[in-house]
Design a protein around this ligand. Structure first.
Ligand code: NAD
Length: 331
């Protein structure tokens, strides 16, 4: 089996290369992201392997189908960048549904603690021998309320840690989990009562802009908002407007609506002209990081193992559990 591996970085090779060799899988590592212009680079491959900012839209899938590509292997959990309907009955789409919920949950809490206690600002100050603590005051999190939207794997792990911080938790999910010791409420109540709001639902048609002007208006003044899920959950324009009105004590973002253009790349030599990026990286109470919540050794190891297992299952016509739909397709 030959796989075209899009949006490759050196840290991907470390985990995938030795394992692929072991399994007799040939990988063509490509730096380009998958899109309608780069899809031809996979013409002679059996599968393409993609990450969060590649695009497998209708046109790309049409081309892949014409090349006889058997599978799109997502080396991530979220699949909002694949047109599932277009792929149905044409190309298998397999993903890594769960690799390390701990990685993302721990990172979310890292953002929360940093934003709340302004550790990012203190770090910069002391490097310049500025030992003033003016403006660095936070709040005790103990006894405050955290609203968790999406109580799947990452949401649950995040709630476990929040409970350790002795926070009260309100949860919202379209499929409440009766086995969880947590109070589910309507979204409006969660917005109105939470001191911290953290997003852990997937990006779907229903959740796009779940945080918009209307939602933000319902939130408490001085709320902390965290998004380690997908950028499209937040209407960036509305977020920036509210930030400029002083609504938020802090905002921690590991994902961003227009991240494709920037994330995972070193743009430090460029003049950035996108207003939203300039603003979000300059406000003192916002931390914007480059979609690194998943990035731990344990997660990378598991992503590589499961992705290549998915490829192997396909090669040996085994029906694994990580396909996104029941597909009757070419072998
Ligand atoms: P999961 O499938 O285990 O949980 C998602 C939960 O969201 C489910 O309980 C589901 O019922 C709920 N949900 C679905 N639609 C909803 C809606 N309209 N409103 C409220 N809840 C809804 O997924 P997970 O493993 O916990 O991952 C959550 C998300 O985290 C992924 O979809 C992905 O976008 C993101 N993620 C980010 C990183 C990162 O590096 N920052 C890494 C992995 C995953």
């Amino acid at each position: 089996m030959k796989i075209a591996f899009y949006d490759t970085k050196s840290y991907d090779r470390i985990w995938f290369e030795p394992l692929a060799k072991e399994k007799g899988i040939e990988i063509r590592f490509l730096e380009a992201k998958l899109n309608k212009d780069t899809v031809r680079l996979s013409k002679d491959c059996d599968a393409v392997c993609i990450f969060v900012n590649d695009s497998a839209d209708k046109d790309v899938i049409k081309a892949l189908d014409q090349y006889g590509t058997r599978a799109i292997l997502l080396r991530c959990a979220g699949y909002n960048n694949v047109d599932i309907q277009a792929a149905k009955n044409k190309i298998h789409v397999l993903r890594v549904p769960s690799y390390s919920p701990e990685a993302v949950a721990e990172y979310t809490i890292g953002l929360l603690l940093t934003i709340n206690r302004k550790i990012h600002r203190a770090y910069n100050r002391t490097r310049e021998f500025n030992f003033s603590i003016h403006g660095l005051m936070g709040i005790d999190l103990k006894g405050k309320t955290a609203g968790v939207i999406g109580t799947g794997r990452i949401g649950q792990m995040t709630m476990d840690i929040l409970k350790g911080l002795k926070m009260n938790i309100l949860a919202y999910d379209v499929y409440p989990n009766p086995n969880l010791d947590v109070r589910y409420v309507e979204l409006t109540e969660l917005f109105e009562k939470s001191d911290v709001i953290t997003l852990h639902c997937p990006l779907t048609r229903e959740t796009k802009y779940i945080i918009d002007k209307k939602a933000i208006k319902r939130m408490k003044e001085g709320v902390i908002l965290l998004n380690t899920s997908r950028g499209g959950l937040i209407q960036t324009k509305d977020l920036i407007e509210a930030l400029e009105q002083g609504k938020f004590a802090g905002v921690g973002l590991d994902v961003f609506e227009e991240e494709e253009e920037f994330f995972f790349e070193d743009c430090s030599d460029q003049i950035i002209t996108k207003d939203a990026v300039i603003k979000l990286t300059s406000y003192p109470n916002v931390i914007l990081t480059s979609h690194q919540g998943f990035f731990t050794q344990e997660a990378m190891k598991q992503i590589a193992e499961v992705t290549l297992q998915n490829a192997q299952d396909l090669m040996e016509n085994r029906k694994g559990e990580n396909g996104l739909y029941d597909n009757e397709i070419r072998e």
